[in-house]
Write a protein that binds this ligand. Structure first.
Ligand SMILES: NC(=O)c1ccc[n+]([C@@H]2O[C@H](COP(=O)([O-])OP(=O)(O)OC[C@H]3O[C@@H](n4cnc5c(N)ncnc54)[C@H](OP(=O)(O)O)[C@@H]3O)[C@@H](O)[C@H]2O)c1
Length: 351
């Protein structure tokens, strides 16, 4: 069995990758995690042929250990905890270290390079996408003639974010679900997370075609007015998209005043002049996705690679019995909530 290192394997995007590789019975999986005892790490460790290695994405020694001896790698660095500068540096270093360690197939999980797509208009620059975009250009610039081949998988916003994060509607007293946000009529290339697994497996299984490829995936390219309309069709409940100015959205959603973009990393995370605030980050984020600046995906190609993919938002809502309510999807957010609960419990206990 060929072994694949999965970086970010306990996360929302990495979980389906680990599951798809493990269930293929063609690949063994090694997952890099900061905590081998976390519930998500323990859950995936029970899958066939999955092992855990403890370490962090932003430590070169840990990266050497993690890449040593594996055939392939799936690398999804976490821009939300690393911040833009560290994601760029460690994104490049991870690729270099993988080559040193003799990895043969390197798959980098990216998302759209917004600033470049917007013709370098700074109004569309935000950290956690552009760092990945730069890393993609660096990786692909190394070509495919050496011993290590590389592929990119580009996802847009997760469809699953309709259950967690900025895409969850607010239920009103009269039973209406409102998506109040600054999105205009742009079509967002939403991706069903469970389908990331089969795409990842295809990339590893088809090296001759996937080497040098940037596979840009989506489940449905859809604007917010249509998201609300599909919700009504599927659930019978009234769904409404309400455009609100960006300032109103930021005021309502900002985690705390002047929060940094990588606030989930805690108060001691590295920050300097290059760090964006949460407000700057998400202003550009909404602008880019809400105006539909991103590249359209090649649906025919996606149908060929993954014929049983979820084909529309409507299918996704039916499959996952979507009801507009919040559920845990992102590990970072889940960890934050657990920490907050623990702290509240401790302060209640001490008072
Ligand atoms: N949300 C979206 O719609 C979306 C769409 C496209 C791309 N992305 C990108 O996906 C990335 C986040 O992944 P996710 O969505 O799977 O988030 P997630 O569910 O919060 O998972 C974060 C993952 O990163 C790992 N991680 C974080 N910091 C680490 C560190 N210093 N060292 C080792 N592992 C670390 C976590 O592992 P442990 O906690 O086990 O260490 C976990 O596996 C971000 O860069 C984001 O830009 C997100």
């Amino acid at each position: 069995m060929k072994e694949i290192l999965v970086i970010g394997g306990t996360g929302a995007q990495g979980l389906p990758v680990v599951k798809a590789l493990s269930s293929s019975t063609r690949f063994a999986v090694r997952v890099l995690t900061r905590d081998v005892n976390s519930s998500r790490a323990q859950q995936i460790a029970k899958l066939p042929n999955v092992t855990l290695v403890e370490g962090t994405q932003d430590n070169q020694k840990d990266l050497h250990t993690a890449f040593h001896g594996v055939y392939g790698a799936w690398v999804n660095t976490d821009g939300f905890t690393l911040g833009e500068k560290n994601e760029l540096f460690y994104g490049c270093r991870a690729y270099e270290i993988a080559r040193h360690e003799g990895v043969q197939h390197y798959v980098y999980a990216s998302t759209d390079f917004a600033l470049k797509d917007a013709n370098w208009n700074e109004r569309y620059h935000w950290g956690h996408n552009d760092a990945k975009g730069r890393v993609v250009d660096y990786i692909l610039a190394q070509g495919q003639t050496g011993a290590m081949k590389s592929s990119i998988l580009t996802t847009g916003p997760y469809m699953d974010m309709l259950m967690d994060g900025h895409f969850v509607p607010k239920e009103q007293l009269d039973g209406t679900f409102i998506w109040a946000n600054p999105a205009k009529s742009g079509k967002l290339p939403l991706i069903c997370l469970d389908d990331v697994g089969p795409y990842a497996l295809w990339l590893f299984d088809n090296l001759s075609e996937s080497a040098g490829m940037d596979l840009m995936v989506t489940t449905d390219e859809i604007c917010f007015a249509d998201i609300a309309a599909v919700f009504t069709k599927v659930t019978g409940k009234k769904g409404v998209h309400q455009y609100i100015p960006i300032e109103d959205w930021l005021n309502a959603a900002e985690p705390y005043p002047n929060a940094p973009a990588n606030f989930v990393a805690g108060p001691n995370a590295h920050r300097d002049e290059a760090s964006m605030t949460w407000r700057e980050n998400f202003t550009a984020w909404w602008r880019y996705w809400g105006e539909g600046v991103c590249h359209k995906r090649d649906i025919q190609l996606l149908d060929r690679i993954h014929p049983t993919r979820v084909k529309s938002l409507e299918d996704w809502m039916r499959k996952y019995q979507y009801d507009g309510r919040q559920r845990n999807v992102l590990k970072g957010v889940e960890d934050l909530k657990k920490k907050a609960q623990l702290m509240m419990g401790q302060s209640a206990g001490s008072s």
